[in-house]
Write a protein that binds this ligand. Structure first.
Ligand SMILES: NC(=O)c1ccc[n+]([C@@H]2O[C@H](COP(=O)([O-])OP(=O)(O)OC[C@H]3O[C@@H](n4cnc5c(N)ncnc54)[C@H](O)[C@@H]3O)[C@@H](O)[C@H]2O)c1
Length: 438
């Protein structure tokens, strides 16, 4: 492919060099003439392990060159990667000055090109930016229609400085979106041989994946630091604690707990989080992240409560009251807390929960954990899902019981449904149906 790379910074310099090394003809473009001259002399414009020899080799072979001439670069290539900076502005919002400017320059160059060209943004931009900023600027400057007369894609970069070349060839994650088939096909071709799954998603999804990735990394580092601080205060080696924790792929490192949905609860997580914070307080160690976790969890219960209130219905059919499927345990169940809040506000709440009903039938609830959170819980239990649907104006799905999926999906066409668990993966909020995070 003939590729132009806009921005010869940490992302652009590495991408341009590696693409050239892979056999593409690459023109790097920057407004900084010094960076352009540096690259054309076979020198790396940034410090990055292994970059300079690779860059020099490809400049010498003619596979890679740099210019400040945007129009010439667009004319000589088929696809452009936009890798300009997006520093924070004063309010903390993503700074789009460079992105706007480069989209304007590229758009103006497209106007004179007279052939189809694909513009792929690689800079980190918040969800919706491509749609609301990049495409309108490109269209206005080019007087062409995106998706019809030129292509547009978003392909975020995940490289880490210091191992950027290794990350280019062996990425942890590849995700992109495109509004036209030509751009999508070109990106598929480019990513074809990479040793990981190539996720093709809507533009805004790709934009948010990039932020989720960086936020997640930041949260992990802060979590590890907080555990490390508590560990040191207790005379324990925090790095050993985290190493052992990370050896557990089944629970600690499992993607299962990274699925957006309802609050956590049960007999262990809330109480143990409280106890850990208590230990930290006794040792004068602050735990802002762990504090925020409990606060955010309460916020998720309030979010579900608001969704039910917004339905405008007064009789609520709650599917599940135990803290998860397969147990009758309602201790600190966020669904029990939610039911109690709704009841205290005058909602008529009926509950379908086969495990809790079974426990009452066997009289287990007398010897087991009696839950005082929900008033008259036993009297609120219905025996079948059809009964619950019939007696409720809004169904609140808290736990996903296999036998309820079809009846509830069918009911969604006539009844309001607030879903905290996602009955089916393709369900999205709209009409009678509201999912808590989808
Ligand atoms: N640095 C990283 O490790 C990294 C990793 C992944 C993603 N990102 C994202 O990639 C983007 C680029 O980051 P970076 O660290 O490479 O930035 P950078 O500041 O190092 O480089 C940006 C380059 O763009 C050039 N530029 C600005 N306006 C231009 C224009 N109109 N035309 C041509 N060139 C122009 C600048 O002169 C500069 O050389 C950012 O959105 C960043 O968040 C960075």
């Amino acid at each position: 492919m003939k590729v132009s790379v806009f921005g010869i910074g940490y992302v652009g310099a590495v991408s341009a060099t590696c693409l050239a090394n892979d056999g593409h003809k690459v023109i790097a473009v920057d407004v900084d003439a010094h960076k352009v001259n540096t690259l054309n002399r076979g020198r790396a414009p940034i410090v990055e392990a292994g970059l300079e020899p690779l860059l020099a080799k490809n400049v010498a072979s003619g596979a890679l060159c740099a210019t400040t001439d945007c129009e010439a670069a667009i004319a000589a290539t088929d696809i452009s990667f936009i890798c300009v900076g997006t520093p924070s502005d004063k309010s903390g919002a993503v700074g789009l000055d460079y992105v706007r400017r480069v989209c304007h320059d590229v758009g103006a160059a497209l106007a004179t090109k007279g052939a189809y060209h694909c513009v792929v943004v690689r800079s980190t931009i918040v969800p919706g930016t491509l749609e609301s900023v990049c495409i309108p600027v490109l269209e206005e400057a080019s007087s062409l229609r995106a998706g019809k007369e030129f292509g547009v894609g978003y392909y975020p970069e995940f490289l880490r400085e210091g191992s950027a070349i290794e990350d280019f060839y062996n990425p942890g994650l590849v995700v992109f979106g495109a509004i036209d088939k030509t751009t999508e096909d070109k990106l598929r071709d480019l990513c074809n041989n990479l040793p990981c799954t190539c996720h093709v998603v809507p533009l805004a999804t790709a934009e948010l994946v990039k932020y989720a990735s960086n936020a997640w990394r930041a949260v992990k580092i802060t979590f590890a630091n907080e555990i490390g601080n508590i560990a040191k205060a207790c005379g324990i080696d925090g790095q050993v604690v985290m190493q052992v924790l990370c050896s557990d792929d089944k629970v600690s490192m499992s993607p299962y707990f990274l699925r957006p949905g309802f609050a956590f609860g049960g007999s262990c997580l809330p109480k143990d989080l409280r106890a850990l914070r208590h230990v930290a307080r006794e040792k004068s160690t602050v735990t802002p992240l762990l504090d925020a976790v409990l606060e955010a969890n309460i916020g998720q219960i309030a979010r579900a409560e608001t969704m039910v209130e917004n339905s405008g219905c007064k009789s609520v059919g709650l599917v599940g009251i135990s803290f998860k499927v397969g147990t009758d345990d309602t201790r600190e169940s966020p669904l029990a807390e939610l039911a109690a809040r709704l009841i205290s506000k005058g909602f008529d709440v009926r509950v379908y929960d086969p495990s809790v009903s079974f426990a009452y039938g066997r009289d287990l609830r007398k010897s087991g954990p009696v839950n005082g959170t929900v008033p008259d819980l036993q009297a609120r239990l219905v025996t079948g899902i059809d009964e619950l649907i019939a007696c409720s104006d809004v169904i609140l799905v808290g736990n996903r019981y296999e036998e309820t999926v079809e009846p509830l999906s069918a009911a969604a066409s006539s009844k309001r449904l607030v879903d905290l668990t996602r009955l089916k993966p393709n369900l999205r909020s709209g009409g009678h149906y509201q999912g808590i995070c989808w």
